[in-house]
Ligand binder design. Structure first.
Ligand SMILES: [Zn+2]
Length: 470
């Protein structure tokens, strides 16, 4: 129905009973059916311990009298749970209501003053937690925040596990990359949308180099290309081989070593057994699908002597070109890497790090490689090539013709002018803005996914980065 805001109600008994797992099913079922441009109000959600979870599910607003009700019962809220005043040794809080007050002070106050103080405290911690949630959204770490908060109460941990079951829906709204590193918080991190997306795209988009041999390495210090550089150059001198690491994220070909989230991740050395089991299942799937005539796990010099006669070096391979091809396929879709085929490829590299900055294709600056996430920024010349390699609607946003003319001059694309969009586009993806005839109007970066672009009547859908005239 055509409401401005959609409230989800009737959930207070569920929350009061700590049935957060049920709450997740209720909210996610509601969200799936709702217009993504409309704010969702979660009625009666007043405890800071579940704010991050509610926000991650897509709730925008809360209202509750819990802060006051709790205060009347002398219950003090914290982001990690609730304590009765009588059980506290210290308030352990520096909010304005607590900073000059002790537990004894509170106990000695008359009832109404005490209730007011505790209510103030409860409001302060609620507001502070919401501010932390905003920071987490901004830096892209809301999943980490929810996983860490889940350790505060077993009911929240159950809720997190239920949320993981909805990961396919949540993945569509998950940004393509972020500035900070991926942090492992527990076994559930292995099912976070960033991880499952990497795995799915590896199996559906990545194309292996046409070598005869695949050499696999154990997970190790990142970047893998540095850790295993000695082994790889020794092997490459004698054998026509590709390289892959059995990582937390799944199989990582050495070409994808610097791409988010692989290099930009902090994973403990000693992983939980259930993660190790699931990693094994993913490697098993790869073993059936990789298509190499021969695949071996590296086990020192013996491995080299075993494979050197089977597949001797027969041609020189340009590892920079192989890397670009693999990243193009992963970022834009299978086949995108073909824009490099039969072309003159030159690289502009950083003088300090030696890493690729710009990719020149037949003399034109087509792509820039971003240092922070190892993904490409698309230039107009690169976009023209991609349009030939990827059939519509791949990596395209179709815009009404008149606004497309404004985008040709550099104007951002407003959601209300979007006619259609590739369903694989995620917020943060570089893409092509085209008019209704399919002509390139601009190159930009998505701020929304397809569902959002089609639903929103206001706001920017694509930030335009460059235009064909530039
Ligand atoms: Zn306080």
């Amino acid at each position: 129905m055509d409401f401005d805001i959609h409230p989800i109600g009737g959930v207070v008994p569920i929350m009061e009973g700590y049935r957060y797992s049920t709450l997740v099913d209720v909210v996610m079922a509601s969200k799936r059916g709702l217009d993504p441009s409309r704010p969702v109000h979660l009625f009666g959600a007043g405890h800071p311990m579940m704010f991050p979870l509610a926000v991650l599910m897509g709730c925008d607003m809360f209202d509750s009298a819990a802060y006051a009700k709790y205060a009347r019962d002398e219950r003090i809220m914290y982001p990690t749970g609730t304590r009765f005043l009588r059980d506290l040794h210290d308030l352990a809080c520096s909010c304005p209501a607590c900073v000059k007050t002790s537990v004894d002070d509170l106990k000695e106050m008359d009832k109404s003053e005490r209730t007011r103080r505790i209510a103030e405290h409860n409001l302060h911690v609620s507001l502070l937690e919401l501010k932390k949630v905003k920071n987490a959204i901004h830096e892209g770490s809301i999943w980490e925040m929810v996983e860490m908060r889940a350790r505060a109460h077993p009911a929240l941990l159950d809720a997190l596990k239920t949320l993981v079951a909805h990961k396919d829906h949540l993945e569509r709204f998950e940004p393509a990359s972020r500035r900070g590193a991926f942090f492992y918080c527990g076994p559930e991190s292995h099912e976070r949308p960033t991880v499952t997306r990497y795995r799915e795209r590896f199996f559906s988009r990545y194309r292996r180099p046409d070598t005869k041999v695949l050499v696999g390495f154990e997970d190790a210090e990142k970047p893998y290309s540095r850790t295993y550089s000695k082994e790889m150059s020794a092997i490459s001198r004698k054998v026509d081989a590709s390289f892959l690491v059995a990582s937390f994220f799944g199989p990582v070909p050495i070409e994808l070593d610097h791409m988010f989230p692989i290099a930009q991740s902090v994973i403990p050395k000693d992983l939980d057994p259930e993660v190790i089991r699931r990693m094994g299942e993913v490697m098993e799937r790869h073993a059936h699908a990789h298509g190499y005539p021969l695949a071996v796990m590296w086990d020192g010099e013996e491995t080299l002597s075993f494979i050197e006669d089977i597949a001797p070096v027969n041609r020189e391979r340009d590892s920079d070109v192989m890397m670009c091809r693999a990243v193009l396929d992963m970022q834009f879709g299978r086949g995108a890497g073909d824009i490099l085929a039969d072309k003159k490829i030159e690289f502009v590299k950083s003088r300090n790090t030696g890493r690729i900055r710009n990719v020149m294709i037949d003399g034109a600056h087509a792509l820039s490689l971003r240092a922070h996430d190892g993904r490409f920024t698309l230039k107009s010349d690169g976009a023209r090539l991609l349009m030939k390699a990827l059939p519509p609607p791949k990596m395209r946003v179709v815009v009404e013709d008149e606004p497309a003319e404004f985008s040709r001059k550099g104007a951002n694309v407003f959601a209300k002018f979007v006619v259609d969009c590739d369903e694989d586009i995620r917020p943060g993806d570089d893409l092509m803005v085209v008019d209704t005839k399919g002509e390139l109007a601009a190159v930009g970066r998505a701020l929304m996914n397809r569902e959002e672009m089609l639903a929103f009547r206001r706001g920017i859908a694509v930030r335009v980065k460059s235009t064909p005239e530039e």
